[in-house]
Design a protein around this ligand. Structure first.
Ligand SMILES: [Zn+2]
Length: 288
């Protein structure tokens, strides 16, 4: 029975990918199970047979849609408990379906609507899922979506909200653990910042740095100007010193001049008295 179901899982997966454009495997994963397909996988004990993911966002915001399918083998009746089991996946899936390899009876269709699950009729030969009852939309919590996506090897960027294949992240992809300690029990959050966001953040940061640098540069320029002014003032001060010396020199000059005058006067006086004496002598000689 299990083997039969297993085969059906792969057929449902094929159709989800081919006809409904969901991503149902991660070929880049190192995990062989994920590589083969999102089959028999889930979180917290809730396991879906097939999981598909699709981006249904717009140009402004990415939005992931998760579909979960429970594939049943051909049973005489699909009952309430089967539907219950299907709906459990709405914890992490936006759409939940029961798929079966036969036509559904009208009462089963009615029950599915009542039980709020979608129905797919699976044609094993054509490997095609035929939509019988659409799933009502579910809004699983963001934390559960992130948890499941991590299970499928996709990391959600904390900044841009895009999902990134863990296996294709370059070295620039930044994974950080935020720890909040409240003395009793530290809280840990595993966060991821994608390559694009981290480089943009870095650019923003470096812009800030360059602004800082520009300011520093302005300060440097002002400093240089002040240095120049300082130098000029110093030179002016030196010039003042020279003028002081000049003052002193001219004073010394004056002194020398005065001394010269003094000696001249002194010489003249001596010369006068010598002339007087000479005249006296001359007069004495005449009288003789
Ligand atoms: Zn990002």
């Amino acid at each position: 029975m299990k083997k039969q179901e297993n085969k059906l899982w792969n057929k449902a997966r094929y159709s989800l990918e081919k006809h409904y454009k969901y991503i149902c495997s991660n070929p880049n994963s190192k995990n062989s199970k994920l590589k083969a397909g999102f089959i028999n996988i889930g979180i917290g004990g809730i396991i879906a047979d097939v999981i598909g993911i699709k981006d249904i966002g717009n140009h402004f915001e990415p939005k992931i849609e998760i579909i979960a399918i429970e594939v049943k083998e051909n049973l005489p009746n699909y009952r309430e408990r089967h539907m219950d089991q299907v709906r459990r996946a709405s914890v992490f899936a936006h759409k939940v379906f029961l798929a079966a390899p036969r036509e559904f009876k009208p009462e089963e269709v009615e029950l599915a609507v009542k039980e709020r699950v979608g129905l797919f009729e699976l044609n094993p030969e054509k490997r095609k899922l035929k939509l019988i009852v659409p799933s009502p939309p579910f809004e699983p919590s963001e934390s559960k979506i992130i948890e499941l996506m991590r299970r499928l090897d996709f990391f959600k960027c904390t900044v841009c909200n895009c999902y990134w294949n863990k296996n294709l992240i370059t070295i620039d992809g930044y994974r950080s653990t935020h720890v909040f300690s409240n003395n009793i029990k530290p809280l840990r959050f595993n966060k991821f910042i994608c390559d694009k966001c981290s480089s943009k953040l870095f650019k923003l940061h470096s812009k800030d740095l360059s602004n800082k640098f520009a300011e520093e540069w302005k300060v440097k320029r002002i400093n240089k100007k002040t240095e120049k002014i300082d130098l000029r003032t110093k030179k002016l001060a030196e010039k003042k010193d020279i003028s002081k010396i000049n003052d002193r020199l001219s004073k010394e000059d004056e002194k020398i001049k005065n001394m010269r005058r003094y000696f001249k006067e002194l010489f003249n006086k001596r010369l006068k008295s010598l002339n007087k004496q000479l005249n006296k002598v001359r007069r004495g000689l005449k009288s003789i």
